[in-house]
Unconditional design. Sequence first.
Length: 464
Amino acid sequence: MDISLNSIKSIYLVGIGGIGMSALARYFAHNKLFVAGYDSTPTVLTKALEEEGIAIHYTDSIEDIPSQITDEPKDTLVIYTPAVPKNHGELNYFKTKGFTLMKRAQALGVISKEYTTAAVAGTHGKTSTSTLLAHILNGTDQGCNGFLGGISKNFSSNLILSNSQRMVVEADEFDRSFHSLAPDLAIITSTDADHLDIYNTHAEVIEAFSIFISKIRDNGTLIIKKGLEHMANKQQNIKVYTYSATHEADFCISKISQQDGLYTFTLKTPFGKIESIELGVLGKYNVENAVAASAAALVWGTDIEPLKKGLKSFKGITRRFDLRYKGKKSVYIDDYAHHPAELKAAITSVRAMFPDRKITGVFQPHLYSRTKDFAADFAESLSLLDELLLLDIYPAREEPIPGVTSEIILNRVNCNFKKICSLNSAIEELKNMEIDILITMGAGNIDKLVDPIARMLKEKEDAE
């Protein structure tokens, strides 16, 4: 869709509380436009937006739409997320009244055309990699803007703004959203089967990533995980680099060591070796994300010292292998993992940090369709735990599927202790367990447990 944002005075976002939508809201508010929106539920993020002066309401009601929006259809852009149901009252009102409507990804595509853009895609790893890349670039003289898929701990936001002409964006494969982008540089971290409610087959997922690669601008760059490079079109006028933390590649590592979950390594690049890199965030899987982000930064001309400084000073992202409590007896980590490959990466990273200790996991499956498609794979990953509390499925945008419950995962899990419980009873269950190492995982409303669990563990240790 070709549209100029210069003529727009007001922005209305249907589903404003989403991580990508809220970043757009902040961007347009920063640019002095009137911004308002709807979401179904108040959250910490929507509260933050309201405190920043953005008008939000939580009932699907045309009467609650601000007059600045309804009075000026020609001057207003309505942005919506594909997660909003087709029968949504406000969305259908805007459609019938002649407003200009865009999906979130289309709006991001229009904005990114004004910048030299790096887009990070992948079925997992994209949020950590894009946030780390934006952090590294922001610490250079050239600076960087960023639309992120999580809350950066360094910036306390999902939006980074500067005077730079460079931008890093997370490229989301859901609903083929990333096809709205035309980046100068792209990173692809993974192409596992996911979102099969959209794609039907793994082959369609891979095809979508191949189309994304074809969107890279002439003379651009693709940085892709080793083993996936066959996806690049050999006739396309782009430079292709591979990366890996476990195999030989254009960008790879050697001399890796770990202390208390933090890794030090040597980075081998086409431009020479970089010794003694220290990564500021926990988890072995983050080493691979760091290799990808470093490759992009180096291709874009980042010098060695700013690169090393950025990697060491990176604090991570809320809910991405997030250390929430470390006491004398117990440790608690929270993670957004909601795909079998992500669960495996998170749990094996915990096991690498604490090889001889008992690991308890709390997992909330996300979507009935994903649970149905990957029940056996989820069970295989969760069997790496010693103990499992399995929550009920978080439905998000979906209606229930007959016969699909958390039990189809639990019945396949092989660990020392396993049990299904509700979100509301999880804290009480954990109180009655001997917690050594705890990890919570999921992309739904399991985040409501994070602060209470951290408090409970502290109170439990203080009382002993």
